[in-house]
Design a protein around this ligand. Sequence first.
Ligand SMILES: Nc1nc2c(c(=O)[nH]1)N[C@H]1C(S)=C(S)[C@@H](COP(=O)(O)OP(=O)(O)OC[C@H]3O[C@@H](n4cnc5c(=O)[nH]c(N)nc54)[C@H](O)[C@@H]3O)O[C@H]1N2
Ligand SMILES: Nc1nc2c(c(=O)[nH]1)N[C@H]1C(S)=C(S)[C@@H](COP(=O)(O)OP(=O)(O)OC[C@H]3O[C@@H](n4cnc5c(=O)[nH]c(N)nc54)[C@H](O)[C@@H]3O)O[C@H]1N2
Ligand SMILES: [Mo]
Length: 570
Amino acid sequence: MSCGVPGMEDAGCLFLFGYNPADAHPIVARRILRAKEKGAKIIVADPRVIETARIADIYLPLKIGSNIAFLNAFANVIVSEGMADKKFIEEHTTGFDEWWETIKNYTPENTAEITGIDPEQMRAAARMYATAEPSSIICWGMGVCQHHQNVEAVHTCAAIACISGQIGKPNSGVAPVRGQNNVQGACDMGALPNYFPGYQSVTDPAIKQKFADAWGVPVEKLSDHVGYKVSDVPTLIEQGKLHAFYNFGEDPVQTEPDAKHLTEQLAKLDLFICQDIFMTQSAALADVVLPATSWGEHEGTFTACDRTFQYFSAAVPPKGECRHDWEIIADLSTRMGYPMHYENAQDIWDTELRAMWPKAAGATYERMQGTGYAQWPVPTEDHPGSPDLFLGGQFSTPDGKARLKAHDFDTPTEMPDDEYPLVLCTVREVGHYSCRSMTGNCRTLSLLADEPGEIHINPEDAAARGIRDGEIVRAFSRRGETMSRACVDERTDKGTVYMTYQWWVGKCNNLTLHVVDTKSHTPEDKYSACQVEAVADQVWAERHLQELYHELKDRLAAEASAQDAEPVMA
Ligand SMILES: Nc1nc2c(c(=O)[nH]1)N[C@H]1C(S)=C(S)[C@@H](COP(=O)(O)OP(=O)(O)OC[C@H]3O[C@@H](n4cnc5c(=O)[nH]c(N)nc54)[C@H](O)[C@@H]3O)O[C@H]1N2
Ligand SMILES: Nc1nc2c(c(=O)[nH]1)N[C@H]1C(S)=C(S)[C@@H](COP(=O)(O)OP(=O)(O)OC[C@H]3O[C@@H](n4cnc5c(=O)[nH]c(N)nc54)[C@H](O)[C@@H]3O)O[C@H]1N2
Ligand SMILES: [Mo]
């Protein structure tokens, strides 16, 4: 993010594009409410009427899968109605003429059929965004990232901020409000296939030398092969290129698309290791399970989406055989021939991050004690930290200028047809979290919502299928099927059904299409063709789903006690 989350309150306009903070990030949602109270304008562009749409000054119900057409037309309005910041474009960007060659072809009028948006509403929103004082912020989430033109949409959001001059000043710019509490931190620490810690490229010889020196190894020992991405795993196994998979803090059987195909591929591995805090469906398939401590049992840091490092301490000691993730990894490394010794989490933080990445050098544990924090870039111990990036229009390119990039619109991969006439979009709900290993094991949250979850469907689509609210329905696609409870919901756009991806029995990833974009390899989780039908025997359906749920829970519990009986790491 180019701004800080607290600073969102002081922006003049917040443009939420494919982001549902009320369910996904309630703390950010509170900031948005406060911004509204302080007079900010709110624009929401989302195919369904999300909670924030209710407080929006302009709500744009764009058709699902039409992001690039929408954003291009939005950008076009800013330029053709004379709202572009010519000075900013001139001094702080490159590539405007080439960018305009694409953007000039998209207008609110000629894209209205693709986007479903009234051209006047689109124009009003673009004016509101471009002219807001003192600043505007575009916030986006998985409604951008989980479509196959995701990198293209991010380029276009960034270009919109640049050409309007709505970046490069406090509380402005781009806010990809990153998913999990520490997804930013995982990236900061180099848990990416192409970077060492601190976004330092594995293919840069000088960087490689720096890490080789710090680790006391010959530089040839550090691979400059850019690694694979998790979404490549099933394809690589199928192609015979991947034989061992060490899976750490993820439950791919639940959360990756086309679950049946993935599960078949995982079974072919010579070695499958899972390091988790629960016996997940993936861990149950593993050859080796390495039980780790949870956030209440270890100390460490989280990095929030706005680059804020926060320290947290352990509340209780580890139980049973569980060990800290870092101890497991250090031990494995030592046994594999590279002795890795750390005193504690702080030792890792100081030697592997602060010493290796100048932007984090000032983030000491002392500074982060209690409610303290540090926001990178924070190069020295007395540096205040940086809520805002790119101030004065200085970007992180070699020439300091932003590159404008435009892309033509392309339709989603699997369009609905007669056989599968509905779009399945998979999203989040407030009460449960991702693979649900954590929230599903919490009784209070299970009372809030439980299996088989819900499938949200527009009243017209439900009526056309004889589906009544609260009944169990069958949903199916070219990949597989599942059963879930219908929630007949006028907030849902016609032609699309929405499921959350945490349900093990009502599992939407049985249906999703495994297609990834070419650059980031993120699956197109927001768009696959499906069909939904009523189930005649509701008594049977309710009982059947409960049986499946109990069988699964019993199987996982049995796996967990089997693991207890044979310790894998003495
Ligand atoms: N309670 C809870 N909170 C969570 C999580 C959880 O599982 N549960 N997961 C965390 C994680 S990992 C993440 S990544 C974040 C994600 O948080 P969000 O990004 O808010 O996630 P989603 O709900 O998947 O999608 C956001 C919105 O995109 C919209 N959308 C779908 N298709 C399109 C489209 O074509 N165009 C536009 N403009 N919008 C579209 C959907 O209707 C949805 O409202 O949430 C985090 N927070
Ligand atoms: N259909 C569909 N699928 C999706 C999405 C979608 O919108 N639609 N969203 C995708 C997104 S954005 C994300 S981020 C993924 C999330 O999917 P996952 O990463 O698979 O799910 P999480 O629940 O976040 O947690 C992963 C595992 O980490 C374990 N864990 C928690 N704390 C620790 C710890 O300290 N140490 C260790 N070793 N393990 C720990 C948990 O028990 C859990 O099993 O799902 C993706 N899948
Ligand atoms: Mo995520």
